[in-house]
Design a binder for this molecule. Sequence first.
Ligand code: PMP
Length: 469
Amino acid sequence: VAQRNAAPQVYDTAAIQKMDTAHYLHPFTDFQDLASKGARVIVRGDGVYLWDSQGKKIVDGMSGLWCVNVGYGRTSISQAVYRQMETLPFYNSFFGTTNVPAAQLAAKLAQISPPQFQHVFFTSSGSEGNDTNLRMVRRYWDILGYQERHTIISRHNAYHGSTVAGASLGGMDGMHAQGGLPIPGIAHIGQPNYLESGHGLSPEEFGIKAAGWLEDKILEIGADKVAAFIGEPVQGAGGVIIPPGTYWPEIQRICDKYGILLIADEVICGFGRLGRWFGSELFGIKPDLITFAKGVTSGYVPLGGVLVGDRVAKVLIEQGGEFTHGFTYSGHPVACAAALENIRIIEEEQLVAKVADDTGPYLKQCFASLGEHPLVGYADSCGLVAGLNLVRKKGATVHENELFDEDQGVGMICRGHMFDNGVIMRAVGERMIVAPPLVMTRAQIDEMVGLIRVCLDKTYADVKAKGWV
Ligand code: PMP
């Protein structure tokens, strides 16, 4: 606390940037491009705000990277971490040992998750969680004697991580293009993106149609070869793609019909983001496995894992023998201690209900009003994720909007204004997205949306000056 409230430290930004570009290869970064600009140095956080090395205050509309659910500067989490480090900084969970926070967190997760989840497998990240899923569902079918049943169906434009299985399960073309991905045994279907593919249909009709692509793919591959379907309840990194309400129940029906396991990747949607502990509860589905990470510790310490439903757990436990999979840091005591305190805060401050009943609906209202801006052709939200699409000209329906050329980079121009004006909003092509900390108040939503509006005006002035509208 003392340090956080002390007079701002002075940083030599240029020196840090020089050191950074000389030695640090950043994730998902064009190294040469970054070196020519220098990275922005973030030095401090408190609540929903960040400060950079030049003293600039920024509203963090992205919760770090969709993870700082309880906001920055939670002393009780740092104290829990400190206490655990002093008591037992590390011990493994291999060879018949456990540690207290890991056992407590596993029990806590069983308590807050849907009733079919009584077991958890810990990792340190969402990617490792999805690698675990791939091995676990194949193992499940092997134990039951269905060695052919190994294919996992996912979706284009999904994000499931950056490890080999994670990137293969994901549906990002740019990632598949590097390193010979996807690995065999993974298939992709279209995403439930109403704007992209819903022409001539109501959202409800489109939801059924998009779910039907799963059945088509199962029949094409052969149901006896399909192990599982994986999807994010709301696609995050793909651009906050919120599916029509009809989509997930129909996916569930199809999985049930063919006996296929359903994996919900809740790395973003979990821990209150959509106004439920898990997004699958909002969409009324009953997954067999849930990938989690990010919000489980609010990003204070890396932790991820898989919630394993009874259907899979029973087979692995009762018939499986040794599952030859795991990580040095599975059940890391410090990460688990951070998660326990983070979850305690979410419960104490009733953040899940706050998103469901208060700030979620308020953000929806604010984004609806941003939808009236001349540059915005579509805006929607779900809990505390929201997005808006920048368009050249609005049409009579969302499918008749005239779009900017991709290479005009209007999303990046807009994102630049956001950065310069003290708000972080992410650009996915021309879709601008936010996922603020769950502690964000209505007044802070007003502040964020006010800044977004200013930046939309500036972007509009830019594209007008260029003659693009
Ligand atoms: N799944 C989803 C849905 C994600 O959004 C992410 C990260 N953005 C991951 C998996 C991968 O998580 P990590 O970066 O912790 O490996």
